[in-house]
Every structure is written in C-alpha cells, then in structure tokens.
Design a protein around this ligand. Structure first.
Ligand code: DLL
Length: 436
C-alpha cells in the first residue's frame, strides 16, 4: 500500500481514518454550500442561507432536496456555479426520460473525478503494467471517458475500444493481451457467449484479470457468471452523470460492497416516499451532496437509486463507508398485482439457473384488466433439448422459482440463444405495454 502512495500521492485519501474523513467533511461542507450558492438556481432557492453554518449533516438537512426535475427546469445554465470560461467539459444525458441534462466540469472537477476512479482501480490491484480495454461508449455518456483518464493516470496501456463490434474486441484482447476490461454487465455476458461461439477459451486464449462493470443493475449471479465465463474478477462501479459519472462508489477486493469516496461525496439514505432519513443498514434512496465540485455543485441530490449503507468497516482496511449494490431505480420498480418488483430480482433467479442463457426480457401487459408478466429468457447454448418435455420441465422450474421470489406467477417463454434484442448501450430489460 505505501508503495502505491509513493507512486500516486492522491492514493493517501484511501488511508484516511474515520475521524479524518469526518473532519474533512465538516470542513468541506460549508465550502460546498458556498460554492453552490454561486449558481443562479441555488442563489434563488436558498436566498439568505449562511453557508458557514452548514457544518454537519443535521444542518445540511435544513436544505431541501435537489431533484432531476430541478436540473431540467434550470437547463442549460441554472446550476452553473462558475463563469463559462472555467468550464472545460460537459456531458449530456441521453434524454430518454425527459429533457436532456448538461453536466459541467472545471479542470479541478475532472482531476478529482479521475483520482477517485483511479483510487478504486488501484485498490483492487490494477497497476501500470495492466492493459486496459475500455469497452464502454465514449462521448456524451460518461462511461468511456470516466475510466479512460484514471487508467492513463495509473499508467496502464489504455485502449479506447468503445462499445460494440465484439469480434474486433476479442481480436484486440488476444493480440495485445488485455488484462482489464470496463464493460456493461449485459454486454459482458454477450461477450462471454460470443467467445464460446468463436471457440475462444478465456482461460487459455486470453489474459484477463479484472473487469469493471457498472452503469446498470446486475445481480451477484450475473457477476459470478461473468467471472467464471471470462476467467477474471469483476468489480462493481457505481456512479451517475449528475455527480461526475462512474466512480462515486467502487467495489474493493473484498467484494462486500462499494466504497463511497467520502472525501468528495456525502451520502444519506432516505425513505423514497417520505424523504425522511433512514438508519444505516436500511434500504432506501441514495441522496448525495458533492463536497468538492466547482462547476456544478449539487446539494442533497436525489439519485432515485435504491441501496443501503453497510454498517461496520470493511476487511480491506478502507474506512470509507460502503453501499450495497444498487437494487434498481425508484422509477424502474414495477408494481405488479400490488407487489413491488425490481427487474434485478428476476435476473437473480434466472442467472442462478445454469440452463439459462445470457439475455432476458420482461414484458408487461394488461389481460382481462389484470397485470400479466411474461419473462422471455434465452436458453444456454451449452444445453441441447431432445424433446419438448425437457423444455417444458425447464420452463416449469423457472416459473416455480420466480413464483417463490415474486409471489405471483409470471408466464415464462424460452427462446433460442442470441434471439432477444440487444443494443449497444445499457440493456433494456422491461417493456411495459400495460393500459395506463
Ligand atoms: O451510468 C455512469 C456509469 C458509467 C457508472 C459506467 C458506472 C459505469 P448515467 O448514464 O447518468 O451514468 O446513469 C446513472 O445508472 O443513477 C443508476 O441508476 C445506474 N447505475 C450506474 N452504475 C450502476 C451500478 C452512468 N453499478 C444511473 N449498478 C444511476 C446499478 C447503476 N445501477
């Protein structure tokens, strides 16, 4: 560890004690509020607020939440807290759920972001000797650039492969001996399937050690499949464009939760309905305050992501607190016949069944005024079925296991490997055709 600190001074932040983290937060919180008050939106909303009095989480809680709708309403420059000539980059959300949102960064913001991610990568053992193939989309989406600069900062040979073109990706991995990947978990499963089809045996033909996976919810079963199929260790990376992008929290080598970078982000968990704070360990919505952002500081930002803070410190030694893997977004939660379901609960069951393949789709419809759920799932290419009775038995088994978990009985449709639609970006898991 101390060797890492000699090489990378910014790594010292990984070794802060709990008291040091707390006092840094106390010091930075009023600065963050003062910085936010420089933006037109916060200046108006929080007129009269004395930033220097906000020195604790309790004091911060006087401030109302900031929501995605607030960001939208103030586009394009309402949240900008510095003159435009200090902004060196912007990212832009896809706008699939409403008006697109621009997120701005100063040079210092970009440096902090890269250091936070690099700290997470170093913590799991990435070194300058690694060959890092970045298979996330580059561009307005933060996934590509978000790990590109940290990998360069560490000194890895960084390959900006971008998303898609799987045969080319495999060729690059083989030719250059790629050791680390950054990949969407859904695409990782497809890559594994493609390797099998192409006769590439990762343990024999590839040199992979790590995969950083994130940007979409995925179950531990999916992670286990990826690790086994690609012969590597997979680490969960969480983040959102509004904060920076990937790297708000990253899993460590203990794989027991994702460490927040608490010197840069202050986290709360609140009840998504009432907004009331929840105690550590209880599942609720993650609310984040940026502590060091200059261009676009955000106070008590509602991420809509459901997780919990994991009590106790981690066996890896870091004193930065951990969140559990994201279960889903509040707006992804399905209410089916009165039961709340996150798609990842369905994924967990499907990916634990070895006979299923790598892709699935949940379709909702209204039949006789009732919600009807159909889970379509590819069968694994490793199994062959001689007769329809075997397939029927598999379908019944999946249906039964889903029923036990979900408390309602969905329809199950088994389909050929590779037959469900796939895009280049985040996987679309749900099609909701219900009557509104
Ligand atoms: O997805 C940033 C990112 C890129 C994270 C690459 C990790 C890796 P957005 O496009 O703004 O940013 O989407 C953010 O994606 O609020 C979560 O709902 C979801 N999300 C991100 N990471 C995870 C994860 C990027 N590890 C939204 N697990 C967030 C589950 C995730 N969901």
């Amino acid at each position: 560890m101390s060797e890492i600190t000699t090489q990378y001074a910014f790594y010292q932040a990984e070794q802060l004690s709990r008291d040091e983290i707390a006092s840094l937060q106390t010091e930075r919180l009023p600065q963050a509020v003062a910085c936010a008050l420089k933006s037109p939106w916060y200046a108006e909303q929080l007129a009269g607020l004395e930033a220097e009095q906000i020195t604790s989480l309790e004091a911060l809680r006087q401030i109302p939440f900031t929501t995605k709708e607030d960001l939208r309403s103030a586009m394009p420059f309402g949240f900008l807290a510095v003159p435009l000539d200090q902004v060196v980059r912007m990212h832009y959300s896809s706008g699939t759920t409403g008006t697109a949102i621009a997120i701005y960064h100063t040079a210092a913001d970009l440096q902090h972001w890269a250091e936070c991610v690099a700290r997470g990568m170093l913590r799991v053992g990435v070194t300058r000797k690694d060959i890092f193939q970045n298979m996330m989309g580059y561009g307005l989406f933060t996934g590509g650039l978000g790990l590109h600069y940290p990998a360069e900062l560490i000194g890895c040979l960084t390959i900006p492969a971008g998303a898609g073109n799987t045969s080319r990706q495999i060729e690059i991995m083989k030719t250059f001996g790629t050791t680390a990947l950054h990949i969407l978990p859904s695409y990782g499963l497809r890559l594994a399937h493609f390797c099998r089809e192409a006769g590439v045996v990762p343990s024999r033909d590839l040199n992979l050690r790590f995969a950083f996976v994130g940007a979409e919810p995925h179950s531990p079963q999916t992670r286990a499949r990826l690790e086994q199929a690609l012969d590597l260790k997979a680490y969960n990376v969480y983040g959102l464009s509004e904060m920076c992008g990937p790297g708000v929290a990253i899993e460590c080598s203990a794989q027991e939760g994702l460490h927040l970078r608490e010197d840069h982000y202050l986290a709360e968990i609140v009840d998504p309905d009432s907004g009331q704070p929840l105690p550590d360990g209880e599942e609720g919505e993650l609310v984040l305050t940026t502590l060091t952002r200059e261009a676009m500081p955000l106070l008590r930002y509602r991420t809509r992501d459901i997780t919990r803070l994991i009590p106790n410190s981690c066996s890896c030694g870091s004193q930065h607190r951990r969140i559990a893997p994201i279960v889903g977004r509040t707006d992804d939660m399905l209410i089916v016949r009165g039961t709340n379901v996150y798609p990842v609960q369905i994924e967990r069951i499907l990916m634990a069944i070895p006979e299923t393949g790598s892709n699935y789709l949940i379709t909702l419809a209204t039949v006789d005024e009732m919600d009807e759920v159909t889970v379509s799932v590819e069968v694994s290419a490793d199994y062959s079925y001689d007769d329809s009775r075997e397939l029927q038995a598999l379908r019944d088994r999946i249906r039964q296991e889903l029923h036990t978990e979900l408390l309602f009985r969905p329809q199950v449709e088994l389909v050929e490997p590779g037959s469900l639609p796939v895009g280049e970006g985040k996987a679309v898991r749900v099609v909701d055709n219900r009557k509104k």
